[in-house]
Design a protein around this ligand. Structure first.
Ligand code: AMP
Length: 242
């Protein structure tokens, strides 16, 4: 089982990547495969932003914005927000200047419609390298433990009651805050999210597999090992398609 606390202060970039920029990268996979964890590590290594549609939605929900109010019930129940809404969110985010050297899209696209929208959006508005898609795969039982055991500190530390429990149950080791469970991390909602993944997201992943700039990665290994495998794949895919 993976250690799920992520401490970027101890993470040093791989020297081999000093002069390499991966450009636009899609991190795809089921809930709990480690997209967010890996996106943060890639962001630290390459100095390009992580764009997580889930994080953007949760930020809007906690700020009570109109978008957040519209999305809250869906996000809490693990139901996908409409393609139009997330596509617009991503279009707005991709206009920011920090995306010019590349970015890691985490949790988007999640439907075939989102994937085809992204393809045409990028070809219309940006002069950019073609996207590289990385699909992270972890088996169902492992994902169930990762998701239902996940406990989050508001300041960002992530624990898992099975694989990486806090010293005092329910309390963050880092700052003593009470840990919370995301409303959509219950077993019932996880089951729904996995059904949604199979029905709606798997076809988007197949879309990128067919396009060729694609690699499937085993996410059931120590975090740093998964990062190393992803980074090797990025170099391979970007070099063969540049
Ligand atoms: P995540 O943090 O990526 O697991 O996303 C949490 C929730 O946000 C999902 O269960 C959806 O309700 C919503 N969401 C995130 N990304 C998308 C997306 N690309 N399309 C539709 N809904 C999304």
């Amino acid at each position: 089982m993976l250690p799920l606390t992520l401490d970027l202060t101890n993470h040093s970039p791989a020297p081999a990547n000093e002069n390499f920029l991966p450009g636009p990268v899609l991190l795809l996979g089921a809930p709990g495969v480690g997209k967010g964890t890996q996106a943060k590590l890639l962001m630290a290594d390459y100095g390009i932003p992580q764009i997580s549609t889930g994080d953007i939605l949760r930020a809007n929900i906690s700020q009570g914005t109109p978008l957040g109010k519209q999305a809250k019930a869906l996000v809490d129940q693990g139901i996908l927000v409409s393609d139009d809404l997330v596509n617009q969110m991503v279009a707005d985010r991709l206009c920011q200047p920090d995306t010019r050297r590349g970015y890691i899209l985490d949790g988007f696209p999640r439907t075939l419609n989102q994937a085809t929208w992204l393809d045409s959006h990028l070809s219309e508005v940006c002069i950019t390298l073609p996207v590289i898609a990385i699909s992270i795969v972890v088996d169902y039982e492992q994902l169930l433990h990762r998701i239902t055991g996940r406990r989050i500190c508001p300041s960002g530390h992530i624990f898992n009651i099975y694989s990486n429990p806090p010293a005092t149950p329910g309390i963050c080791d880092g700052d003593g805050s009470p840990l919370i469970q995301r409303p959509d991390d219950s077993e019932a909602i996880f089951t729904e999210r996995m059904k949604t993944f199979q029905i709606q997201t798997a076809p988007a992943i197949e879309h990128y597999r067919k396009q060729g700039r694609f690699e499937e990665i085993d996410g059931d290994a120590p975090v740093e090992q998964v990062t190393a495998v992803i980074e090797a794949a990025l170099i391979r895919l970007r070099t063969s398609n540049s």
